[in-house]
Ligand binder design. Structure first.
Ligand SMILES: [Zn+2]
Ligand SMILES: [Zn+2]
Length: 377
């Protein structure tokens, strides 16, 4: 009886399965891992002839220890010593297995990456996570602009191509073989950065000289700009990163009386677009105006709040609908104006074939006819 109490203390998860106490079943725990185990003794409980069944994981870990187990277990005289021996062998095996696993991956990779970073130079490293799975690198172009690339390192690196995320306006495709290093990543990244110089020159000129209403804080990858034209009107341009000096996609927003003449000027002279000039130069030449500049005006002059909700930005939208009646010219969010008009019995709604809902009614300020348009989601 004492013998079984002892065995229960050593291996609390191992339970006798029969009255004769020749079959034990349960779990053996070691270093936070649990393994399924079954021990069968012959009827005379002679330990020399015992059989051990264990789960695949434990089997794999014990593979190199089978002879040791056999010899040591045969020297045991009782079940408690037998279990104690088994537990210590499992402990050693699990411990060594963990050390081997760690050795095969991490330290080797750390060392390799540290060597690679030394070649790239540490001042290019912006961020590196504890496990070396993510390395963020910086490069500076000829115009002193900073560009970033984050390299995601897998445990199979360099045999597996590292995934890269960048702030480029176009997709970055890394050409890779397993003899390449982080220096090759930077080299290829630099080449693409070099190719986009004219793109950033054009957009930097716009950001510097005009009032960009959107995006609020342009990132290097952003190829769209909404430029203030004055009097609640603006033009949104979408630049092709691969052909930055070509005519961008243009969309005029604001009161018709302001934007129609500009749009007409542009349409009539579109053939005069000169790809050897910058986008800003071309836009101003074709529209025959000078955009409000950061020297001659304040941004607030163009960021007028919505006359319904009194906010400038509402769920990311800016008030881009303006009352067409010149003496009024109140700006509204399309959504605010839409809701306002919808609440009035005098307004009429219609659905357009492009997935927009139009509503016609009267301006809340001057009672002149006004239309609001909402995307039909
Ligand atoms: Zn509003
Ligand atoms: Zn009005």
């Amino acid at each position: 009886m004492a013998e079984d109490t002892n065995s229960m203390n050593i291996c609390q998860l191992l339970i006798p399965q029969n009255k004769e106490r020749t079959i034990y079943d349960g779990f053996i725990e070691s270093l936070g891992q649990e393994f399924h185990l079954k021990i069968e003794l012959p009827a005379n409980r002679d330990l020399t002839f015992c059989r051990i069944h264990c789960d695949v994981n434990l089997m794999n870990i014990l593979r190199g220890y089978l002879q040791i187990i056999k010899t040591r277990l045969q020297q045991c005289s009782s079940i408690p010593t037998f279990l104690e021996e088994l537990k210590s062998i499992v402990y050693l095996a699990v411990k060594q297995n963990k050390e081997l696993k760690a050795l095969n991956t991490a330290p080797y990779l750390y060392e390799k990456l540290i060597q690679e970073i030394a070649i790239v130079k540490w001042d290019k490293v912006v961020e590196i996570d504890e496990s070396f799975k993510k390395v963020k690198l910086k490069t500076v172009d000829g115009a002193e602009r900073e560009h970033y690339i984050t390299v995601h390192i897998s445990s199979q690196y360099p045999n597996e191509i590292p995934e890269c995320s960048t702030d480029l306006p176009s997709e970055f495709i890394l050409l890779w073989n397993n003899s390449m290093t982080l220096a090759d990543v930077i080299k290829q990244f630099d080449k693409v950065v070099e190719r986009h110089q004219i793109f950033w020159n054009c957009l930097d000129e716009i950001d510097r000289s005009t009032w960009v209403l959107e995006p609020e804080n342009p990132r290097r990858k952003d190829n769209a700009r909404r430029i203030a034209l004055g009097n609640n009107s603006s033009v949104q341009i979408i630049v092709n990163p691969l052909h930055p000096t070509h005519l961008p996609e243009c969309r005029f927003l604001g009161a018709d009386k302001v934007v129609k003449p500009l749009r007409d000027n542009m349409n009539k002279s579109v053939h005069l677009w000169n790809t050897s000039h910058s986008i800003l130069h071309n836009l101003q030449a074709l529209m025959e105006i000078t955009f409000p500049s950061q020297i001659s005006s304040k941004k607030e002059d163009f960021c007028l709040e919505c006359s319904i909700c009194y906010l400038y930005r509402l769920e990311g939208e800016i008030p881009d609908k303006v009352c067409e009646f010149p003496a009024c010219s109140k700006p509204f969010h399309q959504a605010c104006l839409y809701e306002w008009l919808r609440s009035l019995p005098t307004s009429n709604q219609s659905l357009t074939k492009y997935g927009f809902k139009n509503i016609y009614g009267e301006c809340p300020y001057c009672s002149q006819p006004i239309t609001a348009r909402l995307e039909d989601k």
